[in-house]
Design a binder for this molecule. Structure first.
Ligand SMILES: Cc1ncc(COP(=O)(O)O)c(C=O)c1O
Length: 439
């Protein structure tokens, strides 16, 4: 295999059978499409290259920057491709929650802009969401950038309709699988592969997987975000099922420890979701069937993510004081305070104000005299005991008040008498016209 550019190595990834001794299905052959073996590390290499390649020459002439709304794999692939072509790359996101990804992007020379919003995914119902606003601005003419626009760009889907999907059919000796199971982020890969498979055999059943409500599996939507935006069309999927981060990690551990596959959390989610969906169907089958799921990327970039949720996998004691252990009642009854009362409380009692957002969002605008402890770090601190005395009043703030309510519930359970969550978060504080400062 000899190439003039590493870009030529994108695609043609292996399709590997998972041993029935591992998954336990008796009548279904289950295959993993190893997209993590693309040269930049994920299935996004295909989409990134297909979206950007036509614009590269013009962008160089005009001195433009490649820009994408991504907090992960698309940004990684685009940063590398832009570097090869002598172009700068900028990644814009509502919060980059995986520190290893941020570090790697910086090492690749990318510029990162983090906005103070919530979701990684564009929300069409929230026209004021900072990411949505930024996306609108990017699409106005006259900017000095090449915007690849992965949520709306048909070339994202096309990369998989012409590459990933046909490769699966070819590797199954010209047959489409009976089931195709994939995690849904922009939806480019699942939509594109589904299109190619259905063109071959309209009976293919497509299972889309998303993260559970209020949970976080890096790179994909949650059940709260299953709304039509850009290339995502719910009609692509026969069913859309939710996987928790716990289940994704269980699946990941099986792929790592039993199958020799260095899969990341969404690979684990896809394996877990596939077996869970197929198991009840398997029993009633008479002939042999085939199913394919996608392993999007690799494990190494998510060690912190897994350690935080499953310290016992790293030989550490399991966390008693973890938000993952909260009950619905504890979360519902968490002590909250609205903006007006919080302002009075700050005046009178001078609570320690802890802002749980990412450092870029905090630097852009925050409550005066607040301290910034990113939620992942705060969770680590809490696990080791309270990071402040019980006599200390504490006001917790996050983008919209959900995360802070969870930590307020957790600290209350731990016996902290005077902790409150800012209702509606920094967004409500800003909308109420309460003062914010920037670094
Ligand atoms: C780790 C990971 N898995 C799965 C996906 C889903 O891919 P798609 O955007 O094609 O839906 C993504 C998308 O970014 C991802 O980063």
């Amino acid at each position: 295999m000899r190439y003039d550019s590493v870009i030529e190595a994108i695609g043609d990834t292996p399709l590997v059978r998972i041993s029935p001794a591992v998954h336990g299905l008796r009548n279904i052959d289950l295959y993993a499409k190893l997209e993590m073996l693309n040269p930049f590390g994920s299935l996004k290499d295909r989409a990134a290259w297909n979206m950007v390649r036509h614009g590269l020459a013009g962008a160089r002439e005009r001195g433009e920057t490649v820009v994408e709304l991504s907090s992960g794999n698309t940004a990684k692939a685009l940063a590398l491709i832009a570097g090869i072509h002598g172009l700068p790359f900028k990644s814009v996101t509502n919060r980059m929650r995986i520190p290893e990804t941020r570090e790697l992007l910086l090492l690749l020379g990318a510029e990162i802009e983090e906005l103070p919003g919530q979701s990684e995914c564009l929300d069409p119902h929230d026209t004021e969401d900072p990411l949505t606003v930024f996306h609108r601005q990017l699409n106005q003419p006259g900017g000095a950038h090449l915007h690849t626009d992965q949520y709306f760009n048909a070339r994202n889907t096309e990369a998989h309709a012409t590459g990933t999907g046909p490769e699966i059919i070819a590797d199954l000796d010209g047959r489409a699988p009976d089931w195709f199971i994939a995690c849904v982020g922009t939806a480019g890969s699942s939509t594109g592969v589904a299109r190619a498979l259905r063109a071959h055999d309209p009976n293919v059943r497509v299972v889309g997987l998303v993260g559970q409500k209020s949970d976080f599996i890096p790179g994909i939507r949650t059940a709260d975000e299953v709304q039509e935006v850009g290339i995502f069309d719910p009609a692509t999927y026969g069913t859309i099922e939710a996987v928790s981060s716990e289940e994704a990690i269980d699946g990941m551990v099986t792929l790592l420890r039993r199958c020799g596959l260095l899969a990341g959390p969404t690979g684990g989610a896809a394996y877990f979701g596939a077996v869970r969906h197929l198991r009840p169907l398997d029993a009633g089958l008479t002939g042999r069937r085939t199913a394919v799921f996608i392993v999007c990327d690799r494990a190494e970039g998510y060690l912190g993510y897994v350690r935080q949720r499953r310290p016992e996998l790293f030989g550490r004691p399991p966390g008693r004081n973890s938000v993952a252990t909260l009950t619905d009642t504890e979360i519902r009854t968490a002590p909250v305070i609205d903006v007006a009362d919080a302002q009075k409380w700050i005046e009178e009692r001078r609570p320690l104000v802890i802002d749980l957002r990412g450092p870029f969002a905090y630097a852009a605008l925050h409550i005066e005299a607040s301290v910034n402890i990113v939620d992942e770090l705060f969770e680590e601190l809490v696990r080791g005991g309270l990071p402040f005395g019980k006599g200390q009043p504490v006001l917790l703030a996050c983008p919209v008040g959900e995360q802070s309510a969870r930590y307020a519930a957790l600290l209350t359970r731990m016996g902290h008498p005077d902790v409150r969550s800012l209702a509606g978060g920094i967004i409500a504080w800003r909308d109420a016209g309460a003062p914010l400062v920037r670094d």
